[in-house]
Design a protein around this ligand. Structure first.
Ligand code: GUN
Ligand code: FE
Length: 426
């Protein structure tokens, strides 16, 4: 990836702290060899030699980070969303994922996924594949070729799933080891992540094996947590010794601490689970559209923010139908309003600035210094053309940004997309 040096000029918007928006009309964001040198109202003298790319009146924001998405479920986008989680997995998701043993199908589907993700607002993503290692490697390659930054997980599961996807425990660990040996350090922008699907479909022996791999390879972990009420009761039956759902992962070293971990959903995390999430520095991937589609519930994100828990946003395709992170931000705001109105009036709805923070710096933190235009951050940027949006009244930068988020799919146009300082759009 070319790590260029340049300055972008336009209407700069980014979030430094939760809830506050920094804006600069006709400002500059400076990038030196892929790293942001800061945002300025006037180009500082020391950068005057750099090429300036003038995007005129367009909005320039940090890239958006999708903390939870299932690449193999992309062909099921918008299909079969009339069931709750466990029935949905059985009826739609496992059958679709079982196709990825066929490399012809996998290649076709993953090429489309990588291309569409490249053409979206997402610059970085944390991604599930399936149990199939050859297909997972192809996906990693396709994302790397697209210039996107990603963690990709080969899924592990050895019980309570479709027979076509059920792995032998030892074979699952062995396949994961050879996949790790082959992919660690191989790609410029894509890295492997350990991916026990969720506690119900993993035996204790499998979780123990994966915990061992985490220690050995020191790689991050992703899974699902406390998404649905039937799922939570099932975890209690399957792991009667556990004090909460998260305890199952923690017992095997797959829940934060030394193991950087992101858990999707956390809709019904108990008090103890919340305390452990916080203590262990586990990231919560909030997936509002999926939680609506599968009638899972509403995650108490305001509570997590008050607790100081690290939160980002996820589309959870295909539980979520849309891979748009703009839509994801708006869904997060909307469900937080329902939570406040219907469930707990002490938990204020998320503001637009807060949702923007979650989609940029919040999720970006999982990747390091990502999601801001502060000095030292990796240079991921989107240039947004809102020229097709109603221009009768003059709006300020914040208003234009808010409108863009709401109308992105209808009237928005991405004019450029930079990842780690490389323009992957033009
Ligand atoms: N829990 C276990 N697997 C899945 C999945 O594929 N999607 C969602 N939303 N939840 C899960
Ligand atoms: Fe998911």
């Amino acid at each position: 990836m070319e790590k260029a040096s340049f300055a972008l000029k336009g209407t700069i918007c980014y979030a430094k702290t939760m809830g506050e928006l920094e804006t600069l009309d006709q400002g500059y964001v400076v990038c030196r060899e892929g790293i942001c040198e800061g945002a300025y109202p006037v180009l500082p003298k020391e950068y005057e030699g750099l090429p300036v790319i003038d995007y005129k009146n367009m909005l320039i924001i940090p890239g958006l980070v999708d903390l939870h998405i299932h690449a193999p479920q992309y062909p099921s986008q918008g299909l079969g969303l009339d069931l709750e989680l466990l029935d949905w997995l059985k009826a739609h998701t496992f059958p679709e994922e079982s196709r990825y043993g066929d490399m012809e199908y996998a290649k076709k589907a993953y090429r489309i996924f990588a291309q569409d993700l490249k053409n979206s607002a997402t610059t970085r993503a944390v991604i599930f594949s399936t149990i199939h290692t050859d297909a997972a490697k192809f996906l990693m390659e396709a994302l790397n070729d697209a210039g996107l930054v990603a963690f990709v997980g080969k899924v592990n599961m050895d019980q309570n799933c479709d027979d076509r996807l059920k792995e032998d425990t030892d074979a699952s660990i062995e396949a994961t080891v050879s996949w790790l040996d082959e992919t660690l350090g191989k790609y410029e922008t894509v890295r492997p992540i350990l991916t026990p699907r969720f506690a119900p479909s993993c035996s204790e022996a499998l979780l123990e094996g994966l915990g061992g791999l985490q220690k050995k390879y020191k790689i991050p972990v992703q899974s699902h947590l406390s998404e649905n009420l039937s799922e939570i009761s099932w975890v209690k039956e399957l792991f009667p010794w556990s004090s909460c759902y998260g305890d199952v992962y923690e017992r095997f070293g797959l829940f934060g601490g030394e193991a950087k971990t992101v858990m999707a959903h956390c809709v019904y995390s108990s008090k103890e689970e919340v305390a452990r999430i916080k203590q262990n520095g586990v990231y919560v991937a909030h997936c509002p559209q999926s939680n609506m589609n599968l009638a899972s519930g509403i995650a108490p994100i305001r509570k997590y923010l008050e607790e100081g828990i690290a939160v980002g946003l996820g589309t959870d395709v295909a539980g979520g139908a849309s891979m748009s992170m703009f839509r994801c931000m708006i869904d997060a705001i909307c469900v937080s309003k329902l939570y406040w109105r219907l469930l707990d009036q002490s938990k204020k709805p998320l503001t637009m600035e807060e949702a923007f923070y979650l989609a940029t710096k919040g999720g970006g933190a999982f990747f390091g210094k990502v999601g801001s235009f502060e000095k030292g951050y990796e240079m991921d940027a989107l240039v947004l053309d809102d020229g097709k949006m109603n221009g009768v009244r003059k709006l300020d930068a914040k208003q234009r940004l808010e409108r863009y988020f709401y109308l992105a799919e209808e009237k928005g146009r991405i004019a450029a997309k930079y990842v780690g300082g490389a323009d992957i759009w033009n």
